[in-house]
Design a protein around this ligand. Structure first.
Ligand code: SF4
Length: 357
C-alpha cells in the first residue's frame, strides 16, 4: 500500500508523477500535486533534500488528496523526518544510507508511521563496488543492486516495499526489469528515467514500459519527462489506455484526415481534446472525416461524428445513427452529447456497484 492506494497483485496499475517545485514552497507544491491528482495521478512523489523540506512536507500532506512518496537520497534523517511528516512511502535505497543502525532507524520510522518503501535503483547512480565488478552500468549490475537492497529490508523483516530499476537507455531498463521480475515477487515500479522532452520522452517510455507492461511486468508507472507533471500523468494514462490496462476519460478515435474530409478533423480533435479534459468516465468518441470509415468506427463508440456533404455530418449515439448536425454547431453539441453519455454511464456504474453490494 502507498497510503490508501494498493500497488501490486491484482490492483490497477497506478500512474505516478513527481513535483518540480521547491518543496519548501508549500503553496506551489500543493497546487502542483493537486493539478496532477486532478489529471488522474494516483500517487505523487516529492523531493525531500533538506530539513526545511521535511518541515514543508508536514504542511503539504494534509492538504492533498493523493498519497505522497518522499524522495530521499543518502541522508537517513530525511527518511525518518519524512515518515514522521506523513509521507505514505519513502523512496530510499537502504544500502546507501550508512551503517546498520541508521538502516534500522529508518525502517523503524517507516513501520511506526505506516509508510512503505520504494527501492529506486538507477543506472546513473550505481554503487561503486558494482561499477568495479561490472565495469559499467549493466542490467545485471542494476538487478544485483536492487536485490541487495531488498535483502536488507527482508533481513529487517520489512516487506512493504516495491522496487524500480530505471535507466535512460530503453534496452538496459527493459533487460533489468525483465530479470528483476524473474527474481522477485515485489511490486515493480516502471520508469525510463530522464527520457527527454514531451514527444521523444513519451515515445521512449511507451516503447520501454509498453513492452514490459505487455509482458505483464509492472505495477505502477512514471513517465519521466522534461515537461509539466500533468503531462507525465496524461502520457502515463495514454500508455495504459493503449494497452487496455486502465481506462479514464474520453478515448478519441479520429482519422488522420485527407481530401475527402467533410470538416476540419485536425482542428476539431484539438478543440475537443481540450473541451473534454474534465470527463473522467471511461468512454469513446469517434471523430471521422467521411463515410469511408466513419459509420464503421461509430458503431463501436459511445458518441460518434462522421463528416458528410454540404457543411454537415451525422451524429451516432451508442453505436446507432442518430441525427444530422451542421459542422458549425458540432463542437458544442458533441461536448454536450459526451457529457450526457458520461452521466448515463456513471449512473449505470453506480447501479451495478449497488447491485454487487
Ligand atoms: S475517414 Fe475519410 S477523411 Fe478520414 S482519412 Fe479516411 S478517407 Fe480521409
Amino acid at each position: 500500500m502507498v497510503g490508501n492506494v494498493p500497488v501490486g497483485g491484482d490492483a490497477p496499475i497506478t500512474v505516478q508523477t513527481m513535483t518540480n517545485t521547491l518543496t519548501t514552497d508549500v503553496k506551489a507544491t500543493i497546487a502542483q500535486i493537486q493539478a496532477a491528482a486532478d489529471a488522474g495521478a494516483d500517487i505523487v512523489r516529492v523531493s525531500v533534500p533538506d530539513e526545511a523540506s521535511s518541515r514543508a512536507l508536514r504542511l503539504i500532506v494534509p492538504e492533498v488528496s493523493v498519497p505522497i512518496v518522499a524522495d530521499i537520497h543518502f541522508h537517513y534523517k530525511r527518511g525518518i523526518e519524512a515518515a514522521e511528516a506523513g509521507a505514505a512511502c519513502l523512496r530510499i535505497n537502504p544500502g546507501n544510507i550508512g551503517d546498520e543502525t541508521r538502516v534500522k532507524e529508518v525502517i523503524k520510522a517507516a513501520r511506526d508511521h505506516n509508510c512503505s518503501i520504494r527501492i529506486g535503483v538507477n543506472a546513473g547512480s550505481l554503487e561503486r563496488h558494482l561499477l568495479d565488478k561490472y565495469g559499467e552500468p549493466t542490467p545485471d549490475a542494476m538487478v544485483e543492486s536492487g536485490m541487495d537492497h531488498i535483502k536488507i529490508l527482508q533481513d529487517n523483516d520489512f516487506h512493504e516495499f516495491k522496487i524500480s530499476c530505471k535507466a535512460s537507455d530503453v534496452f538496459m531498463a527493459a533487460a533489468a526489469y525483465q530479470k528483476l521480475a524473474e527474481l522477485t515477487d515485489a511490486p515493480i515500479h516502471l520508469g525510463i528515467t530522464e527520457a527527454g522532452g514531451l514527444m521523444s520522452g513519451t515515445v521512449k517510455s511507451a516503447i520501454g514500459m509498453g513492452s514490459l507492461l505487455w509482458a505483464g511486468i509492472g505495477d505502477t508507472i512514471r513517465v519521466s519527462l522534461s515537461a509539466d507533471p500533468v503531462e507525465e500523468v496524461k502520457m502515463g494514462f495514454e500508455i495504459l489506455k493503449s494497452l487496455g490496462l486502465r481506462h479514464r476519460g474520453v478515448n478519441i478515435i479520429s482519422c488522420p484526415s485527407c481530401a475527402r474530409q467533410g470538416f476540419d478533423v485536425i482542428r476539431t480533435v484539438e478543440a475537443l481534446e481540450k473541451r473534454l479534459e474534465h470527463i473522467k468516465t471511461p468512454m469513446s468518441l469517434s471523430i471521422i472525416g467521411c463515410v469511408v470509415n466513419g459509420p464503421g468506427e461509430a458503431l463501436m463508440t459511445d458518441v460518434g461524428f462522421t463528416g458528410g456533404g454540404n457543411g454537415s455530418g451525422m451524429v451516432y449515439l451508442a453505436g446507432k445513427q442518430s441525427h444530422k448536425l451542421s459542422n458549425d454547431a458540432m463542437i458544442d453539441h458533441i461536448v454536450e452529447q459526451v457529457e450526457q453519455r458520461a452521466a448515463v454511464l456513471d449512473a449505470e456504474a453506480a447501479q451495478a456497484e449497488t447491485a454487487a453490494e
